[in-house]
Design a protein. Structure first.
Length: 137
């Protein structure tokens, strides 16, 4: 499975989330080993919908997803069976809302199931050239 962020801003939030409890921040990341931003042209396919309220309900999740009715992030163990079932029934992937701190309701990610087909990036950008570049929004 490969995870794709819908926007560069969401990719930045995901990196910040990954570093949140570390004694260093993005400005300390080695440019040679930091996350690379890659743009790809994904196949136009139907994906499991965990973006719309109806899709959340169909997947057995509340319309408040990725939060529960008390405002807590729904845990991975709740979502994992949805992914297992999607894989088992030969779905192409799952489009879902992102729970990262700072994400807005329109921020989406795609969990894409790489079933033998490979993707070739259209473009790759090194960490410091995308994370700190305001023109890449």
């Amino acid at each position: 499975m490969i995870y794709f962020n819908g926007t560069v801003q969401l990719a930045r939030l995901c990196v910040s989330h990954k570093l949140r409890d570390q004694p260093y921040g993005p400005e300390d990341v080695d440019p040679q080993t930091g996350d690379v931003l890659a743009t790809v042209d994904l196949p136009t396919q139907e994906y499991v919908d965990v973006v719309t309220d109806g899709g959340c309900l169909a997947a057995g999740l509340p319309t408040s997803y990725p939060m529960d009715d008390k405002g807590r992030v729904i845990p991975h163990q709740t979502c994992r069976p949805i992914g297992v079932e999607a894989w088992r029934t030969d779905e192409h992937g799952i489009a879902c809302r992102r729970a990262t701190v700072g994400a807005v309701p329109d921020d989406e990610e795609l969990a894409w199931f790489q079933r033998g087909s490979a993707l070739t990036p259209d473009r790759t950008v090194g960490f410091t050239n995308w994370f700190f570049a305001p023109e890449l929004v």
